[in-house]
Design a protein around this ligand. Structure first.
Ligand SMILES: [Zn+2]
Length: 848
């Protein structure tokens, strides 16, 4: 890597401020920013020179002006109003201080013009460069990424979310490049030298972290709808693949406007594809940047392309209201952005693909990501006043738990009051900032309910309730007595949570019935009696995954789980019961023959493709090496059938092709845990099919890797050399399988890949290795991790922190030693803090 980047990563480390992360509350209000620059991405510039005009209004008498400015070399500062003069300036840490010869009066309006030079980053923060691995003829492309603290790397500014201002961007660049930014296009002038000057104006106030600039060669797709104008910017050769994203944007726009009862608030909506972007998307006002691959329908045979595009498009679009129109006042309320965007995304998926898919998809993120995080070293309340920095707030607590809090609130007060409250909140706080208290004020008003207990229990304390349930039948009164007991997942916390949970009762023999009630919970123990026509055959708590609870039946009866897994009307409950039957495998033990027989029924017969896919979840997380024999053989048989052309002709497939395409790949995912000499040869053949869908390739390669066979690496290399010709995504996918390779030798394979891969790959490896027991527990992995965190200059803290998540559950000496070395030697406060938290949680007795 070039020297420039070495310098950059050292300077980041030395600039991080160890003091608590609190608002600066500077004594002025920035009202307008205008940035002007000339840039040509094709020359691969390492720096940029710009002129910024800044207008402020003094809230007190001011003798100097402090602005955030990181890695900016300021050359001149001129005051332009109310008087014209040159001013002295100084740079202190990441601040620019402008001195006034005479105090400016309280309430005065001041304007400045600042010229400066900044850096173009390789990490995706500030102004950065990417290249398109599928089309090198595009040359370098330039993007900005400012959330959370990146705007200060592009312009001197009051980089605090509560200080909103109007913005303008004026960029001169050769004709082949497009320039995209926030707001309205004011002009696009051809200049004599063949370049053009593009002027964008954002005339409604926005936070600095939502400003954007994208410069490079793009083709533009435009939707037919006129208001607002909807466009998608992608590479010239990818226009056909981007049509589905454009259509999804139009569909999401009309759904969200209707649902929210608030019109889309900005001049236009553009989506700009950034190849290899480390984030899925960034919701800059009226101009979202998305990882380009994630908005391309590369492979219509892959179910994930549909879900992923609709899910991402609607999440980022929802941010235009939640985050952009109404912005968090401070980063401790990040959930006001992310939970709402995630909630609206699940709502949109529900609208398009049905409730079952949306509820199942959401519930799995709880089981898979959130529980793991909350039970691990990084647990914290949603509204977190002990932030050491905003970056680590982008976690499952703010996205997944936060979304679940909104689901529970929606259920608690009902659809109508919920929507009314959300609409009122958006209208009241439009173009301003909010805290969680503002949101609940609107919701309480709309619902007429007092919600402080609900609010505080979910937002101000960490954790989730573990809910134990039991029931007894009183035949004399024809009454079922339900007892629900809650306890925080954190044994040391005495937290109680306030919520309502649905409970359903079922009977299939005469008198057959299904009945659901809603139970209010706030105390440690809740008793509820319900009259029923006859004794229920089973009771299900929390159908549809409404409440954020971990369910524990007081009596674990396999016969009841079997009834639930095969007969419950609710898909989430059927999946949950199947997981209970598979719980032995998840814990590294065996399961009974009866449980195995039920799991075979689920995977062979369930009417919902999403429930059948639950075995893929088990396969990924189970600690037992192999599925039991009969189940394994059945999975192999089903996987073989699904590869047959006849599979597409079945009635089920025709009724829900996207859902059943997902089944096909999920069956391939199961095979990494099937012990049979037939599996590896079968998968090795599957991955050499050149028209294999992307989902199936990912699943089959992942299973080859999980088999952990020395021959697995060989099969993956063969797949890589064959599939990489189909494009970056296919190459990326097979390379990613090495992170799932259940063999300590994988550390060396990944070390090789890390020499050339981008942040998009490196930033994902940690999540995959977290499920790779043999690798993450090996000394080889601990050494590799330490090496990357301490020595790599190719990757920034974001990538390194994601990588460290792979060992959050590992308690080996190698990991302890690696973490201790990291705490001593890293120059990054963020990484030191993370290493320390893991040591505290998992190695509390060891001295550091
Ligand atoms: Zn988001």
């Amino acid at each position: 890597m070039n020297k420039f980047f070495v310098f950059l990563s050292l300077s980041i480390a030395s600039l991080i401020n160890a003091a608590p992360f609190v608002p600066a509350n500077r004594p002025y209000d920035a009202t307008h920013y205008r940035v002007k620059l000339a840039i040509d991405p094709a020359t691969d510039p390492k720096t940029f020179t710009a002129e910024a005009q800044i207008k402020i209004k003094a809230s007190t008498a001011l003798s100097e002006l402090e602005l955030d400015a990181e890695q900016l070399e300021v050359t001149t500062v001129l005051q332009t109003a109310p008087v014209k003069r040159k001013l002295e300036h100084a740079t202190q840490k990441d601040h620019l201080i402008i001195k006034f010869p005479k105090e400016a009066a309280k309430g005065s309006n001041l304007a400045f013009t600042i010229t400066y030079t900044g850096k173009i980053n390789d990490g995706h923060k500030g102004l950065f460069k990417v290249t398109d691995p599928d089309d090198t003829s595009r040359g370098p492309l330039l993007f900005t990424q400012f959330e959370s603290l990146g705007a200060r790397r592009f312009l001197p500014c009051n980089d605090e979310p509560y200080d909103k201002a109007t913005m303008e961007l004026v960029v001169t660049t050769p004709a082949r490049n497009q320039v995209v930014s926030n707001g309205k296009l004011v002009s696009d002038k051809k200049l004599k030298d063949g370049s053009h000057e593009v002027h964008w104006s954002q005339d409604k106030p926005i936070s600095t972290y939502l400003l954007v600039m994208a410069v490079g060669p793009f083709a533009v797709l435009k939707a037919d709808s006129k208001k607002p104008e909807i466009t998608v910017y992608v590479g010239e050769k990818k226009q056909t693949q981007a049509k589905f994203a454009l259509k999804s944007t139009v569909d999401s726009m009309s759904f969200l406007e209707k649902y929210l009862g608030v019109k889309y608030p900005w001049a236009k909506y553009a989506t700009i594809g950034a190849p290899t972007f480390i984030w899925g998307g960034m919701e800059n006002v009226s101009a979202t940047v998305m990882n380009e691959d994630r908005i391309l329908m590369v492979d219509p045979e892959s179910a994930s392309d549909y879900y992923r595009i609709v899910g991402l498009v609607s999440h980022e679009l929802a941010h235009q209201w939640f985050g952009d129109l109404v912005t968090l006042k401070w980063w401790n309320d990040l959930w006001l952005n992310e939970s709402f965007a995630s909630f609206m995304s699940t709502r949109t998926l529900k609208e398009i693909y049905g409730a079952e898919l949306a509820d199942m998809g959401f519930t799995q993120t709880i089981w898979d990501g959130y529980y793991r995080e909350e039970d691990g070293p990084r647990s914290h309340p949603i509204v977190n006043d002990n932030l050491s920095g905003p970056e680590d707030a982008f976690d499952a607590t703010n996205y997944t738990k936060g979304e679940n809090v909104l689901r529970m609130l929606n259920y608690y007060i009902g659809d109508e009051a919920f929507r009314k409250g959300v609409t009122a909140y958006l209208n009241k706080k439009a173009y301003g900032n909010a805290t969680y208290l503002d949101f609940f004020e609107s919701i309480e008003k709309a619902s007429g309910e007092k919600l402080d207990k609900f609010r505080d229990s979910w937002l101000l304390q960490r954790g989730y309730p573990v809910l134990t349930y039991a029931g007894t039948w009183d035949s004399t009164k024809s009454t079922y007595n339900v007892v629900l007991t809650q306890k925080s997942n954190h044994a040391e916390d005495n937290s109680l949570f306030t919520f309502r949970v649905p409970v359903s009762f079922h009977r299939r023999t005469a008198p057959a019935y299904d009945k659901e009630i809603s139970v209010s919970i706030s105390e440690a123990t809740t008793n509820q009696a319900i009259n029923l026509p006859a004794q229920p055959e089973w009771m299900s708590v929390n159908p549809r995954g409404v409440a954020l609870v971990k369910l524990v039946p007081q009596q674990k009866e396999e016969s009841v789980f079997s009834l639930q897994a095969t007969q419950d009307p609710d898909g989430v409950t059927r999946s949950w019961a199947a997981l209970e039957l598979a719980s032995g495998l998840l814990e590294g033990k065996s399961i009974s023959n009866a449980a195995e027989a039920t799991l075979i029924d689920v995977v062979s017969q369930d009417r919902s493709p999403h429930v059948r896919n639950i075995l893929a979840f088990v396969a990924r997380r189970m600690k037992t090496r192999w599925f039991p024999e009969a189940l394994g053989n059945r999975l192999l048989e089903l996987a073989e059938q699904a590869q047959d052309k006849a599979f597409r002709k079945t009635v089920a497939f025709e009724s829900d092709p996207v859902g059943w395409k997902a089944v096909r790949s999920s069956l391939l995912s199961d095979l990494g845990r099937v012990k049979s000499p037939k599996v590896l040869p079968f998968l090795a053949t599957v991955v050499t099919n050149k028209s294999l869908s992307y989902d199936e390739l990912a699943a089959a390669a992942g299973s080859i890797a999980r088999l952990g066979d020395p021959k697995s690496a060989e099969a993956l290399r063969a797949a890589l050399s064959l599939q990489k010709g189909r494009g970056y995504r296919y190459e990326f996918t097979v390379k990613m399988a090495f992170a799932a390779y259940e063999n300590p030798a994988a550390a060396n394979e990944i070390r090789e890949i890390f020499k050339t891969c981008g942040s998009d790959y490196a930033g994902r490896v940690g999540w995959v290795v977290a499920d790779n027991q043999p690798l993450k527990n090996s000394p080889e992995w601990a050494n590799f991790l330490k090496e990357v965190v301490l020595q790599s200059t190719r990757f920034d803290d974001e990538v390194k922190s994601r990588l460290m998540k792979s060992i959050e559950e590992v308690k080996t000496d190698h990991v302890r030693d690696a973490l201790q070395t990291i705490t001593k030697e890293t120059k990054s406060d963020r990484l030191r803090e993370m290493a320390r938290k893991i040591l505290d949680k998992n190695f509390a007795s060891s001295k550091v």
